[in-house]
Design a protein around this ligand. Structure first.
Ligand SMILES: NC(=O)c1ccc[n+]([C@@H]2O[C@H](COP(=O)([O-])OP(=O)(O)OC[C@H]3O[C@@H](n4cnc5c(N)ncnc54)[C@H](O)[C@@H]3O)[C@@H](O)[C@H]2O)c1
Length: 267
């Protein structure tokens, strides 16, 4: 068995219906894990889970709005019941609403805080409660939070989003510290993805143009690539492979870390 093998692991991937989350679900499954997709997009989420199941993975879908504490309790119960345990949580659900600082709409900012920060914090809460020795799953495990290169650089138009992702970074560190000190047996790490042309990534590129920051989408993407030593945008598989690493025993002595998966953009 190689150290990246996830045979027997049971994972819940939030925001797993599409985009980076769907690729993470697929990569965890390819490494041998059973996967529960948790998302607010029910039809797409069910389709993503069915596609995994048709390839022989034990996979299921649960409706999960990550901002809702009661939803989390239900989703964790459903994961344990359907998959027979719970040892990996990928806190991937997130939203981005572009705005110049001078134009910030408090409702938009609060919505990002709710999904990106409260959602991630509640995920850690429920993972810890279930995975710690006295919990319903009780075998420890790993949490991987999806932050962003936005937590490490100053890209114009995304101050509010960047603030929420910096918060995810800090939640990761304090969560890792508490889990270690309190003997939960749960490692907690995060990744900082660079720009990936998912629906979110493409919308960001058009929104920074609409905000007057770049003359065209090509110019906006060109600016990102220009700042990226590896000279390209990210792909969903780049993110998924890093998550598999942080979920697996290959990273068994790593906790409280943030891994840049951004082609060097944030260095
Ligand atoms: N695409 C990028 O360039 C990029 C870069 C850095 C970080 N990220 C982060 O990666 C993660 C995934 O992004 P993506 O590009 O795949 O976005 P996406 O918009 O394509 O997918 C996001 C998924 O999250 C789900 N979601 C949104 N709100 C939710 C909620 N309240 N509860 C449950 N699910 C919810 C959506 O339904 C969707 O399936 C996000 O956290 C994002 O901030 C993305």
């Amino acid at each position: 068995m190689n150290a990246h093998d996830l045979q027997g692991r049971k994972a819940l991937v939030t925001g797993g219906a599409r985009g980076i989350g769907a690729a993470i679900a697929q990569a965890l499954a390819a490494a041998g894990a059973s996967v529960m997709i948790g998302d607010v997009m029910e039809d797409t989420g069910r389709e993503t889970a069915s596609a995994l199941a048709s390839n022989g993975t034990k996979a299921d879908f649960v409706r999960l709005d990550v901002t809702d504490d009661a939803n989390w309790a239900t989703a964790v119960d459903a994961t344990i019941r359907s998959l027979g345990g719970f040892d990996l949580l990928i806190n991937n659900a997130g939203i981005e609403i572009t705005s110049l600082v001078a134009e910030i709409d408090p409702a938009d900012l609060r919505r990002m805080l709710d999904v990106n920060v409260v959602g991630t914090a509640l995920g850690m809460k429920h993972a810890f409660r279930a995975m710690r020795p006295e919990g319903a799953a009780g075998k420890g495990g790993a949490v991987v939070n999806i932050a962003s290169v936005a937590a490490t650089i100053a890209f114009p138009g995304i101050a509010g989003y960047s603030a929420t992702k910096s918060a995810v970074d800090r939640l990761t560190r304090v969560g890792a510290m508490e889990s270690g000190k309190l003997g939960y047996g749960v490692r907690v790490n995060c990744i900082y993805p660079g720009l990936v042309p998912t629906i979110m990534g493409q919308k960001l590129a058009t929104d920074v143009v609409a905000a007057g920051l770049f003359p065209s989408v090509e110019a906006a993407i060109g600016a990102v690539i220009e700042q990226t030593p590896l000279g390209r945008l990210g792909e969903v598989g780049d993110m998924a492979d890093a998550v598999v690493f942080l979920s697996s025993d290959a990273s068994r002595f790593i906790t409280g870390a943030g891994l840049s998966v951004d082609g060097g953009m944030g260095m």
